[in-house]
Design a protein around this ligand. Structure first.
Ligand SMILES: [Zn+2]
Length: 142
């Protein structure tokens, strides 16, 4: 990855069933499923800094996703360096996918999306996602 601004999707795996606290947002019952999180990184260090931060063990808790990351394993990230913020579009793509369930209100305090976090029993097809998105999307293996 390059220190360039862009949009990213984290693919995460939970191996257990557990009730966890997401800061002041509330409780989330995680299951042995995959979790998909959509975000954008337009600050210093771009996508590289943000994804590395998400996938590192030591971090302060700033976003909802930071709380979830304590309990799930990173699988990979899908990302794009497109200068347009694609996070809400990508959230809409996942919302429309069969078998992908939005975790209502998670990660979207500042927008009108159903969610920026999704739960699914199998990882969606990357190529299919890239096709629907129309963006140049790459994969980073955790
Ligand atoms: Zn959104």
């Amino acid at each position: 990855m390059k220190p360039v601004s862009g949009t990213y999707t984290l693919i995460l795996q939970s191996l257990s069933s557990k009730e966890i606290q997401i800061g002041r947002w509330g409780h989330l019952h995680i299951k042995p499923m995959y979790y998909i999180y959509v975000g954008s990184a337009f600050g210093p260090g771009g996508v590289r800094a943000r994804v590395n931060r998400h996938f590192s063990n030591k971090k302060s808790k700033h976003w909802h996703i930071d709380y979830l990351l304590e309990y799930v394993n990173p699988v990979c990230a899908w990302y794009s360096y497109e200068s347009e913020k694609l996070e809400h579009k990508w959230a809409a793509i996942f919302t429309a996918m069969e078998g992908v369930i939005p975790v209502k209100g998670f990660g979207c305090s500042d927008c009108s999306c159903a969610a920026h976090l999704f739960e699914t029993s199998s990882v969606p097809d990357y190529k299919k996602f890239a096709d629907i998105s129309g963006a140049d999307i790459r994969i980073f293996k955790a």
